[in-house]
Design a protein. Structure first.
Length: 354
């Protein structure tokens, strides 16, 4: 596979940014998988080992988790610093090894005390691998960072060289273009001088023709002006006649409009009078009906509910007390009070909607 400058990566050995990023992700994923495995093993082997030698409540899981957490902290810190080519120093290395060896001992302690050599080897493998990865991972990252920086510097040098060659070619092209432009300007000046002389001769000829044409144009203009004046006088007369007819038509329309408005006002007055008469008649009929309903006097038995409702409605209309309305219809004052409240609510709703 070749890069943008045609060099084969097999010969240069320079990794691309994508390759470095992919390798970094592989290292990170494998490191975290191994870390998870070590944490799982610690929770299953180190925690029981600690509980056997400690009487505290949940000491095993907490201590195993704390040691593994410190080891993971050291791994993550070194991994982050390695991306920028920075070393954390002796204290970070000591912290990483102390936590790593603590994880190793917590995993192999039970097998070591039991003189189980196979168990020691089996439980030693995960934390030992993780400890080695903790040392090798940052070194790998720093080495790949240096290789990437070298490749980037080489590519930048190639780009600078290509840009320099391009600038030289462009400068040569500009010089050739400038020379061609100068030659073109000289030729254009000669052509312009010839054209100027030709234009002067043409202008003299055109001036003579223009004077003749001007004389003919003045004659035509006088004739056209006289024709326009006659046409304008005719149009003015027609316009005056049209305006007179329009004034007469407007006066006629205004008279018709006034007559129509008078008829509409008369019709509206008659309609208003008819509505007033109907309202007065309705009010008189309602008053008579209420008077007829309220003229019956107190009753000793309950009247039918529809008739009782009509009596209550009439009592509400004339503002009779609730007790008086109850005596007139024979129903209880509570029932009559409820009907009074319904009528008030209805009046409020009607007033709000209006």
């Amino acid at each position: 596979m070749a890069d943008v400058h045609g060099r084969s990566r097999v010969f240069t050995g320079a990794p691309s940014a994508r390759e470095v990023s992919r390798t970094g992700r592989v290292i990170t994923v494998v490191t975290w998988l191994l870390t998870g495995a070590v944490v799982a093993v610690s929770m299953s082997t180190a925690a029981p080992f600690i509980d056997v030698h400690s009487a505290g409540y949940a000491t095993g899981p907490l201590l195993a988790l704390a040691v593994d957490g410190c080891f993971i902290l050291g791994l993550q810190s070194d991994s982050t610093l390695a991306r920028f080519g920075v070393k954390a120093g002796a204290w970070a290395t000591a912290f990483r090894w102390v936590t790593g060896l603590s994880t190793v001992w917590l995993n192999i302690g039970d097998a070591a005390l039991g003189r189980d050599l196979v168990g020691v080897v089996v439980h030693l493998i995960p934390p030992l691998l993780l400890l080695l990865v903790a040392e090798a991972g940052p070194a790998w990252r720093r080495a790949m960072g240096r290789a990437l920086a070298e490749a980037t510097a080489q590519e930048q040098a190639d780009r600078d060289e290509a840009r320099h060659k391009a600038e030289q070619a462009a400068r040569a092209e500009r010089e050739e273009a400038a020379q061609a432009a100068r030659e073109q300007r000289d030729w254009e000046r000669e052509q312009a001088e010839q054209a100027r002389l030709e234009r002067e001769r043409q202008r003299e000829h055109e001036a003579a023709l223009a004077r003749e044409e001007q004389a003919r144009a003045e004659a035509r203009e006088r004739a056209e002006r006289e024709a326009r004046e006659r046409a304008e006088a005719a149009r003015e007369q027609q316009r005056a006649e049209r305006e007179r007819r329009e004034r007469e038509a407007a006066q006629q329309r205004e008279k018709e409009r006034q007559d129509r408005e008078a008829r509409e006002r008369a019709e509206a007055a008659r309609e208003q009078e008819r509505r007033e008469r109907e309202r007065r008649e309705q009010a008189e009929r309602a008053e008579q009906e209420r008077a007829a309903l309220l003229a019956g006097g107190p009753v000793t038995e309950k009247l039918p509910e529809p008739q009782a409702r009509e009596i209550v409605a009439a009592a509400v209309a004339v503002n009779l007390p609730v007790r008086t309305a109850a005596e007139l219809c024979g129903w209880s004052t509570g029932w009559v009070s409820t009907r009074y409240q319904e009528h008030r609510d209805t009046s409020v709703l009607e007033g709000a909607s209006a």
